[in-house]
Design a protein around this ligand. Structure first.
Ligand SMILES: C[S@@+](CC[C@H](N)C(=O)[O-])C[C@H]1O[C@@H](n2cnc3c(N)ncnc32)[C@H](O)[C@@H]1O
Length: 270
């Protein structure tokens, strides 16, 4: 039997490596180093996983964004900010990687209603209290060393009744040691999950060479309790699967009905 771990982004052998020492600055240094490679395959729909899973789910949860003030927290190269602005929103985009922001600025025409800032989502003192109708954060919360501070910051920045929608790697299935169990013919028998309760910072295999991207594995209960302790009400939780139309275009994603790669939360400031 072979064990082949599939990260949400690509297949790779082995286990994630736990890092004993880390800092937000170290994580961002690695995002800077990998920004070009990470975003190379992006279209205006993001990468394939965003097109297949995340965008349909996020836009259903977002609903009508016309005239809304939206923060894209951890905007990366900015495809989501641009899509929201094209839908009529006024978008503020923040990322802590200078390199990502540089790419985002190159890709975003000045006529699009997106204003970008360099900032750490864990603390954004240059943004005023209650200044956004909606905050989206696509695949960022698992990259933050202090997700609790970030949740508190999102709460502060929202108007009363405003929503925070965020996606992360599904913590129950994408763990420090998870992957397909395959037979000798390479057929996928089942998905293994291990080390679920080993919360901590890991180097993500498949992205980067000597400076692999860091991610912070946390259990589902850690995320849920942090959301509730911040004061948010949970409105919706989604585990996105590909639609029938998407499967006609990309039949290989049929296997994603066996377990979930992503989870998306819509939480509301009470
Ligand atoms: C997985 S990428 C997602 C980018 C974008 N949201 C997307 O869906 O394409 C994570 C992004 O979070 C940014 N990031 C990581 N830590 C951050 C922090 N503390 N504050 C702000 N941005 C951060 C990284 O620079 C990177 O652009």
């Amino acid at each position: 039997m072979k064990r082949n771990r599939k990260t949400a982004y690509k297949e790779s052998e082995g286990e994630d490596t736990v890092k004993e020492t880390y800092s937000t600055e170290e994580a961002i240094k690695r995002w800077d180093a990998n920004a070009e490679a990470y975003t190379k395959g992006y279209t205006e729909e993001g990468d394939l996983h965003r097109e297949v899973f995340l965008n349909p789910c996020l836009f259903t949860l977002i609903g009508d964004s016309t005239d809304k003030k939206i923060l894209d927290a951890g905007c990366g190269e900015g495809y989501l900010s641009r899509k929201l602005a094209h839908d009529g929103a006024s978008v503020t985009a923040v990322d802590y990687s200078e390199k990502m922001l540089e790419i985002a600025k190159e890709k975003t025409s000045s006529s699009v209603d997106v204003t970008s800032f360099h900032g750490n989502c864990e603390t954004l003192p240059f943004l005023e209290d209650s200044s956004f109708d909606l905050i989206v954060s696509n695949m960022v919360m698992q990259d933050l060393s202090d997700h609790e501070s970030a949740l508190r910051e999102m709460y502060r920045l929202l108007i009363d009744g405003g929503s925070f929608i965020f996606s992360i790697l599904h913590p129950c299935f994408v763990t420090p040691e998870s992957g397909w169990e395959k037979n000798d013919q390479g057929e996928k028998l089942h998905w293994n999950v291990d080390r679920y309760f080993y919360e901590g910072v890991y180097e993500q295999r498949g992205i980067g060479e000597n400076d692999k991207i860091l991610y912070y594995h946390r259990t589902l209960s850690t995320y849920m309790n942090s959301i509730l302790q911040t004061g948010f009400m949970v409105e919706k939780v989604e585990e996105p699967t590909p639609s029938k139309e998407i499967l006609e275009k990309y039949p290989a994603f049929e296997e994603d009905f066996r377990c979930a790669d992503f989870i998306v939360f819509k939480v509301v400031k009470k």
